[in-house]
Design a protein around this ligand. Structure first.
Ligand code: ATP
Ligand code: MG
Length: 247
């Protein structure tokens, strides 16, 4: 395996005594594009939130880029936030502001709060933000209000934000939910382009076919447990039947 980017050992997370994730051991190397598959409620978002630091594990240890993520002081934590880019299930776009601000949010970790705030008050489209929007086909939308965009356009704004962040690890939580098949393929191709430069991706998906087309490896979660971990060519229909079967 290439350089190890993600290493989980015995990771679990509970909410009020209910286990969302249990005993997950997982190692991911640089350059892997890993589909996270599983029925609704199986723990996909919990796993991705543990990896981007928005949740803490109840058990076990998490290492990113070879170093533990627990107990980091603010400097190293911010450096880690710069290296990890997230598209969350709710997208985290601010609806009422112009597209440019949502793209520049990709620089929060690099710029710090005061410069980010200044950019919100005095927006200056610069080369990087404009070319990121052009790369996702939204050059025309720099000054549009985000709330006016369609679902597929919003997903592309979230990807433009990743393009200027240039993360080394991308965590995407159902980035193509509710998109038509052509737009879904386009969005996943764009995410692939983000990771061409930056390396590694975990993407929660509900369509195994998209995993086959866009990922190198798939893991399956069932009731919070890792039930398979396969190279994409070994993703057999029986594995998927078991994954989605009702208990
Ligand atoms: N903040 C929370 N508080 C309480 N329970 C939670 C919380 N977050 C997740 N859970 C529970 O943990 C389990 C796993 O949820 P999670 O969101 O990780 O599933 P998922 O696989 O992402 O589902 P979906 O496909 O619907 O997005 C569920 O039973 C959920 O209700
Ligand atoms: Mg989810």
């Amino acid at each position: 395996m290439n350089e190890v980017v993600v290493r989980l050992a015995g990771v679990g997370r509970s909410f009020g005594g209910i286990a969302a994730l249990t005993g997950v051991d997982l190692t991911i190397g640089a350059g892997e594009r890993v589909a996270v598959l599983g029925a609704s409620g199986s723990g996909k978002s919990t796993l991705l939130s543990l990896l981007n630091g928005s949740l803490e594990p109840s058990q076990g240890s998490i290492e990113l880029f070879g170093a533990p993520v627990a107990g980091l002081s603010s400097g190293p934590r911010r450096e880690l936030q710069r290296r990890v880019g997230t598209i969350s299930q709710g997208l985290d776009l601010i609806e009422q502001v112009r597209v440019l601000h949502n793209v520049n949010a990709g620089r929060l970790a690099e710029w710090g709060a005061s410069r980010s705030l200044a950019s919100l008050v005095w927006p200056r489209p610069d080369e990087r933000a404009t070319s990121a929007l052009e790369a996702v086909g939204l050059g025309w939308a720099v000054h549009e209000r985000t709330e006016r965009l369609s679902g597929g356009e919003r997903q592309r704004v979230a990807i433009a934000r990743l393009l200027i962040q240039r993360p080394e690890l991308v965590l995407a939580d159902e980035p193509v939910a509710s998109l038509d098949p052509t737009t879904a393929a386009e969005v996943l191709n764009l995410l692939g382009r983000v990771t061409e430069v930056s390396g590694t991706m975990l993407v929660a998906l509900h369509q195994p076919q998209l995993a086959r087309e866009h990922c190198t490896r798939a893991i399956g979660l069932r009731e919070g447990r890792l039930v398979f971990d396969a190279a994409i060519g070994d993703l057999a229909p029986t594995l998927l039947d078991e994954l989605y079967a009702r208990a």
